[in-house]
Design a protein around this ligand. Sequence first.
Ligand code: HEM
Length: 414
Amino acid sequence: MNIPELHLPTENKEFIKNPYVKMAEFRESTPVFWDEINDLFFFTRYKDVRSIQSTKSFGTTFNHIDGFEETINNQVIPITSTAYKRSDQFGTYENFWKSEEFSLLNLEGQLHKELRGLVAKAFLPRSVQQLLPFMEETSNKLFNNLKGTEFDMLKDYAQPYSVSIIGKLLGVPESDHLEFLDWSHKIVKMYDFEVSDENANNAEEAAKQFIEYTQNLLDKRRKDPQDDMITRLSQVSEDNNFLTDDQIICTVILLLNAGHEATVNTLGNGLHALLTLNKSFEEIKNETEDINDVVEELIRYDSPLQFFQRYALEDTEIGGHNISKGSKVAILLGSANRDPRVFEQPDQINFRREMKDHSSWGGGIHFCIGTHLAKLELGVSFNHILQEQFSLIEEPSRTGAFGIRGFKNLLVSA
Ligand code: HEM
């Protein structure tokens, strides 16, 4: 069966505003399409997206397989040091690549297994649960200061809330949070389809400063251990193997970048969805007893992360189509989450939905390692949000990015 050729118009503003209409059209016409412009096979349906997330036939890199590139028929696949190396244009950005070298997201095989095992030991559910009173207090304080005013939900609430939690967990002093946030914003701009030279230069400079900062903090914690995650990362071991400084630095940068943006955008996308639902918050509260149902449904409905890339590590049949070894594929999480084959009335928000296994947390070896933290902090926030009377001041604009889906700002009053 031939794979149809289509184009996902990620450069089109109308598509970014509401990608679900186009994605539904593609999903109903084909499980997979070839996009020449984005140079990717896109998978559209839940079953295939979940299968690519969890099977070993696909990986974020092939560096762990000796001689991989030589075994691909008539196809020249450059050997890249990281899976995020989208284009040689950015190959010279030393610090950016250094900050990605040991990112769990870019690793496969034994190294991923060992590193993830050690990071998980330092990221215990107990240490996350201990943050609950701090989350409550921070969220309360922020809302109390904003009550009775018009404010930007993202800049004035979601960003300071999320960064103070991840900062507290890691052990970054509060006085450095703003700088921390600025580096993160600049670095994550590298993860979309189109990256301008200016954004790439900013990301490079931010990565340089972030690496230096984290190295300093790590040196301090080695001398004077504290009850925080940077200290724990420096202490955890397995068979007397410890994380190296470079591995810890990449992990700290990943935890901030992976954790912060997705959480902030879930708060923005989620509040916007609640405010445009034509239901009072009282009615919404009556529809569910568990705030986790609200969190999961909002993440399914408008996922903060819309796609991830993988390489086919062997010739594979998926969705009834043959995908040859070395092919680059992308999975469309937002499309999978609205697949009517799995979710009843997928374009409706339903907090009583039984099927909660959406694709937004990932799956397989890269399954989100921060779900316990994300669910707890989002639960605290949405609980507070539903107790307030919010109004939307104006219809917000999207940032313009497809991969990390969010608003530029979200002006509301409470
Ligand atoms: C709403 C919030 C969040 C969402 C929707 C989310 C989603 C995801 C997804 C889809 C992946 C898999 C990526 C892939 O398949 O390549 C992932 C991985 C990851 N997430 Fe999250 N995440 C969230 C919050 C967090 C938080 C709060 C943290 C930590 C502070 C975190 C840390 C990570 C890390 C370290 C990985 C890489 C795991 C690996 O490759 O082994 N995430 N996340």
